[in-house]
Design a binder for this molecule. Structure first.
Ligand SMILES: [Zn+2]
Length: 293
């Protein structure tokens, strides 16, 4: 059976070895989020069910958690693409007051990799003065994305995920390129496998292959990918795979040029929006024509 995050925490808790700062690194945020309620309940519950790796579900702590208003639990979930110093102050404030109802306090920071440098430094202060009655759980998307000084003060736990080969076996009907693109993010893979979504990805793939053969114009390719960020992301993945092929065939210079263009595109598309983004994409597709086809 597949390992759950909560099982790892449960084992450490029973052995009395759970440190007060945890860093959960995940490639599949949705999967981690689905396991967080059990994990938090185990930390606050009066009679945790360690064998099932969850709270009892009946005590006052569990009831309040399930109702979403436990005074000793705080979850920071960024709504923009950064976590600033104000959010971290809320964490520090929580940890300087004592627990109101439970034996401990729990703060979860989701998408902790989005902390600004100032925010991370502020958090460091909290980590340097650990409070025995507090658990800080950082959830970071991707591996080793936080400052080394923060990582070194936490116990690192990686969300168990299936390997690409195991995912191929589990979803034999999905094309390899989709499993490759999902990059061990099973929740994303399942979402992309829904019929309407799958059709779009297959269409982009086929369009790209036809374009590579010179049987489709760049304008047609563009019309197939430009509608959604997810599809552009997928197409960039296909281009990167193609660049590796070109490189292996010994065409060093075009491969490097194409790589540089993709690198620049990835950088700018995170900064600019709307019309300029469409222009950048159009320009990229045309420039790639002579490099990877
Ligand atoms: Zn309970």
């Amino acid at each position: 059976m597949e390992n759950r995050l909560a099982d790892i925490i449960s084992a450490s808790l029973q052995q009395g070895k759970l440190p007060h700062a945890l860093l959960i690194e995940t490639l599949d945020l949705a999967k981690t989020q689905s396991e967080l309620p059990d994990l938090v309940a185990m930390l606050l519950c009066e009679t945790p069910d360690y064998s099932a790796s969850k709270g009892c579900g009946h005590c006052k702590q569990c009831q309040l958690l399930m109702a979403g208003n436990h005074p000793d639990f705080l979850s920071i979930e960024p709504t923009t693409n950064s976590i600033g110093i104000d959010e971290i102050r809320a964490v520090s404030n929580k940890f300087t007051t004592t627990a109101q109802l439970a034996q401990a306090q729990v703060v979860v920071i989701q998408n902790a990799q989005l902390m600004t440098e100032n925010a991370a430094n502020a958090l460091l202060k909290t980590l340097e003065e650990p409070n025995a009655k507090c658990y800080l759980v950082l959830v970071s998307v991707g591996y080793v994305k936080l400052m080394p000084t923060i990582i070194s003060r936490c116990q690192q736990i990686r969300q168990p995920v299936l390997s690409k080969d195991a995912l191929k076996q589990k979803y034999p009907n999905l094309p390899d390129y989709l499993v490759g693109f999902a990059d061990q993010n099973e929740s994303l893979l399942v979402k992309m496998a829904e019929p309407d979504e799958l059709n779009e990805y297959v269409r982009v793939y086929q369009s790209f292959i036809t374009w590579l053969k010179g049987q489709e114009s760049s304008a047609t390719l563009l019309s197939n990918i430009a509608s959604k960020d997810e599809l552009i992301e997928f197409w960039v993945y296909l281009v990167s795979r193609r660049i590796r092929q070109v490189l292996m065939k010994g065409y060093l210079q075009p491969a490097e040029q194409a790589q540089a263009l993709i690198h620049e595109f990835n950088f700018t598309r995170r900064q600019v929006k709307g019309h300029n983004k469409a222009l950048a994409l159009t320009s990229l597709v045309h420039q790639l024509e002579g490099l990877i086809r």
